[in-house]
Write a protein of this length. Structure first.
Length: 283
């Protein structure tokens, strides 16, 4: 080979290598990745798209290690959005720690009432460290990369804080996902009355850990998900998920994953379909 040709081949190889490296590091993942994190008895779901991350709930303080491990495994150094559906410990237990240890751009909550000392600390820390603290209500929109999220419900004050829960509809391309927080049958009935078409989804994060005070047959008839996930602890004292809810889901032909049996479960939406990807426990 002449020296000129050798040089050209070397140049071409260097160019190919540069393109390959660029492809590996700079091309963001276009799919929407949904990681239902096993935090024992509690809820935490990570949504990632195009290098942006939104965490919906944080699980209880006792599950901090499991949560942080999962965030690290997903390459999360910054949360664009942290959504706390309502101020109960099994949803906000690690919020302050995340606010202290990670960059959290926007904290999204249903209420800024200091429900208890722990929640008051979360709000105070967010005011110090976040760019934005948003108290949302029905109709508000949140953007995560190419995913559009609509708040279907949120209550600034409630007798039962479960019923303050932010209910979030996430649309990515043709696919729709519904996150119910701990909203009960009363809220489901209100949503059925006001906006049944917005309940229609492909994926359901089952409300209140599969408690029988939520996920009614009427609600599921409007939602018609094909996939669902329940966040609950192994042999939890509440008996979640309740048999009546599993039966309602079964009657509708919904495929259900549970963090107590399946561990952390990952789903992927490519904008046309949403599919189960992997789980950390069980066969
Ligand atoms: Zn809960």
């Amino acid at each position: 080979m002449s020296r000129a040709i050798t040089r050209q081949v070397a140049l071409l190889l260097a160019l190919l290598l540069a393109l390959f490296t660029l492809g590996c590091t700079d091309t963001p993942d276009a799919d929407l990745r949904i990681t239902v994190i096993d935090v024992g008895q509690g809820d935490a779901t990570l949504l990632s798209q195009a290098g942006r991350h939104m965490l919906i709930d944080t699980g209880s303080a006792y599950a901090a290690d499991a949560l942080l491990r999962e965030l690290e495994a997903n390459g999360v150094k910054k949360l664009d959005l942290l959504v706390l559906t309502h101020p109960h410990e099994d949803h906000v237990g690690n919020a302050r720690r995340l606010l202290m240890e990670l960059e959290v751009e926007t904290l999204v909550v249903p209420t800024d009432i200091a429900v208890d000392f722990g929640y008051d600390l979360v709000l105070a820390t967010a005011r110090e460290r976040c760019d934005d603290l948003r108290v949302v209500c029905a109709g508000d929109e949140i953007v995560l990369g190419d995913a559009r999220c609509t708040v279907l419900y949120a209550q600034v004050n409630a007798e039962d804080w479960n019923d303050a829960s932010i209910v979030l509809r996430v649309e990515y391309g043709e696919t729709a996902l519904l996150f119910m927080g701990d909203a009960g049958a009363k809220i489901e009935a209100e949503l059925l009355r006001k906006m049944p078409q917005l309940l229609d989804c492909d994926f359901l994060r089952v409300g209140h850990h599969g408690s029988e005070d939520a996920t009614t047959g009427a609600f599921l008839s409007a939602a018609t998900p094909t996939l669902a996930a329940v966040g609950c602890g192994e042999q939890n004292t509440y008996g979640f998920p309740h048999a009546a809810v599993l039966e309602n889901l079964d009657v509708m032909g919904v495929r259900v994953w549970r963090t107590d049996l399946d561990g952390t479960v990952v789903f992927i939406s490519d904008g046309e379909n949403i599919r189960f990807h992997s789980k950390s426990k069980g066969a």
